[in-house]
Design a protein around this ligand. Structure first.
Ligand code: PEP
Ligand code: MN
Length: 263
């Protein structure tokens, strides 16, 4: 079902007036984690000023250490919904448990399946059975074929609103947090009809190369980018080192618009 052989035209995931895969790239931005009302308010203002249409924010955080901030759960989803409604944006958030999917439908416009859950097949089946777009991230060590099979799990249950997201893979290279597999983008576009985003934040873990990486992603045909933005990254409860502050995000957006990578 994911294959370009089955369907020649690009799938466009349309939500309101936002089109994933419909031509103009979509920028998904927002904090790693939803933390509190003030943080969300500040980031909402910053994103709105840049014309951002889709806001991200994690409420269930799959952290490497059990002692790290685990997210606000349903309270976080409520706060994300409230902020995205106030600023007229769509909301996207990661769900990690099959039993939370139903509840999350009330709060999010797109369900995110994180890299660590790309092969959580029971979760994939559950999100495959709902009528809500799903953004599926590539697993940390998943091949492109495994990634597409994970998308197939979702589509095989009836949900054809799937957006793929390349977020970097594990290699021996330590200069970046992950290694962005840039060639995955044209390959995914060639082999499947689904929209493809690139997470420029988690793939690199480095703020100093956001702009060239964003340009590279859009140049090879990505349908959009995901980027983490926090009003005060140094005190963020997760991914403090890699999130852009609002002025840095503005600089990135201006650079991409000036270079005609974004309208
Ligand atoms: C995220 O986008 O919040 C996240 C945890 O990313 P990934 O699943 O790609 O590691
Ligand atoms: Mn993060």
């Amino acid at each position: 079902l994911v294959s370009r052989k089955r369907r020649q035209e690009d799938t466009v995931v349309t939500i309101g007036n936002v089109r994933f895969g419909g031509g103009a790239p979509v920028v998904v931005a927002g904090p790693c984690s939803v933390e509190n009302e003030r943080q969300m308010e500040l980031v909402g203002q910053g994103l709105q000023q840049q014309g951002i249409q889709v806001m991200r924010g994690g409420a269930y955080k799959p952290r490497t250490s059990p002692y790290d901030f685990q997210g606000l759960g349903e309270e976080g989803l409520k706060l994300l919904r409230k902020t995205s409604d106030r600023y007229g944006m769509l909301a996207i958030s990661e769900i990690v448990s099959p039993s939370d999917v139903e509840m999350a439908l009330d709060y999010v416009d797109v369900i995110q399946i994180g890299a660590r859950n790309m092969q959580n097949f029971e979760l994939l089946k559950v999100v495959g059975a709902v009528k809500k777009p799903v953004l599926l991230k590539r697993g940390l060590s998943a091949t492109i074929e495994e990634f597409l099979y994970a998308a197939e799990y979702i589509m095989s249950r009836g949900n054809d609103q799937v957006i793929l997201c390349e977020r970097g893979i594990r290699t021996y290279e330590k200069a970046t947090r992950n290694t962005l597999d840039i060639s995955a983008v044209p390959i995914l576009k060639q082999e499947s009809h689904l929209p493809v985003l690139v997470d420029i934040t988690h793939s690199t873990g480095r703020k100093d190369i956001m702009e060239p990486i964003a340009r590279a992603a859009l140049a090879v045909g990505a349908d959009g980018i995901m980027v983490e933005v926090h009003p005060e990254p140094s005190v963020a409860l997760s991914d403090a080192k890699q999130q852009l502050n609002i002025p840095q995000f503005e600089t990135l957006m201006n650079a991409l618009r000036n270079a005609k990578y974004l309208p």
